[in-house]
Design a protein around this ligand. Sequence first.
Ligand code: AMP
Length: 285
Amino acid sequence: MRILKKATDLRKALPRKKSIAFVPTMGALHAGHMALIKAAADSHDLVVASIFVNPTQFNERSDLQKYPRTPKEDAALLKAHGCDFLYLPDVADVYPDGMKKNAAKNIDFGPLTATMEGANRPGHFDGVAQVVSRLLEIVEPDTLVLGQKDYQQVAVIRAMIQRLDLLVRVLVVPTVREFDGLAMSSRNKLLNTDERAAAAMINRQLAAVVAGLAAGWPTQPLEQMALSALGEHDLLDPEYVQIFDGDTLLPYLDGDNVRELVVATAVRCGDVRLIDNRIVDLPNP
Ligand code: AMP
């Protein structure tokens, strides 16, 4: 695996006649990220990963400062899982004209960013669209590989690709979980032992909502039950538990005709903010 710190060097190094899958990350890599690398390697000639903790998508300074950074371990994991190129830039290489320059600046994501993380983290998705559009400009992959763990991020990036007329496919990989169901996340490294044990409840409550929906229960009491159950735990402070139309990302109203439903949550666990979601299998019409 080659590690390149400069976009110009990466572009020179990438052979253009091979199919390229690109996996952007913020590092502190785990088995969830490796599932993306594997999916990329299984279907392409070359895998490019990036590790860049993008300042423009953090709406809390402390979250940016304490974001875990483990570049040596990350490089070893990537190499062991079949990554070919690691782009490991600094801020100046990603944003040579400053952090204000943003190819995705004028995109209005409308309802796609009005709920979930968009409603709770002002400016977050503008930063995500900015960095992903810039990374796509550098790497020019055939396929961009993303995790379902960040469900709204996938919707926003798909919309950005469409609005900017970019020629790149999107491949979405299901969420990889710990033994007790907690979605793997770089931020899990910041939890102490008690918080880590408590965090397992997040997925259990999402599963309860999914089961309730499958049994035909109405939406609102299910959301409320999960919210209360999480809120009763001393170490958990849920921001939302809500069921959405998976395409519009608008809150689902019972009886709406939808292709896919998703139940999503954000929960503060100590100082750490965790997100998770589950797609609901709808019976065939
Ligand atoms: P991050 O480093 O958190 O920005 O994540 C980089 C990519 O890995 C994103 O596309 C995430 O959705 C994906 N990802 C993060 N955690 C998981 C997980 N537990 N399972 C699958 N994909 C994940």
